[in-house]
Design a protein around this ligand. Sequence first.
Ligand code: ATP
Ligand code: MG
Length: 178
Amino acid sequence: MMRMQKISHKGIILVFTGDGKGKTTAAFGTALRTIGLGRRVAIVQFFKSQKTAEWKPLLRLAPSCRLFRCGGGFTWDTARKVNQKVADKAWRQCRALLRDKKYALVIFDEIHIALRYKFLKTSEVVRALRGKVASQHVILTGRGAPKSILRLADLITEMKCIKHPLSKGIPAQAGIDF
Ligand code: ATP
Ligand code: MG
């Protein structure tokens, strides 16, 4: 006889890291899944200056989703002050979202990059994640996730680059890369 499995809900922390392509798109794919259940998603994108094509359909499907793009680009040396401001603003959003029960899933895209360049304190991010709404799922993306984030995570997937068209000189493609 099959035993009934008890379904219990626990918010989990997912990390998508590594040097291969697929971190941000995996996060957006998961967002779609959550939206499909009629649940709310919030996404904060660190240092994204350009809109990628998935934003429009996502908002059309789920107008209740919150999408924050904190542009600034990757001109780290010349515009460190600007980027610091951008990161501070993005992090304020993140902190508020982690305490907001309305959102079943929150995604902090490229947050590891902000941590690596010390725009954010890892200890502060860890503290905020520990204090998040218990039922909320969180996805953190970006290459080079710090060790303390890896320790805290419930799920870690490392995208490993085996081959990338750029190495053959093939540039980023619409619909695939943006
Ligand atoms: P995606 O947004 O496509 O899921 P990602 O989030 O895993 O990619 P990022 O590190 O955020 O990857 O880089 C974004 C861009 O850089 C994408 O256009 C992607 O094709 C490109 N890219 C990712 N990995 C590599 C790689 N190993 N070599 C060259 N370009 C890469
Ligand atoms: Mg990415």
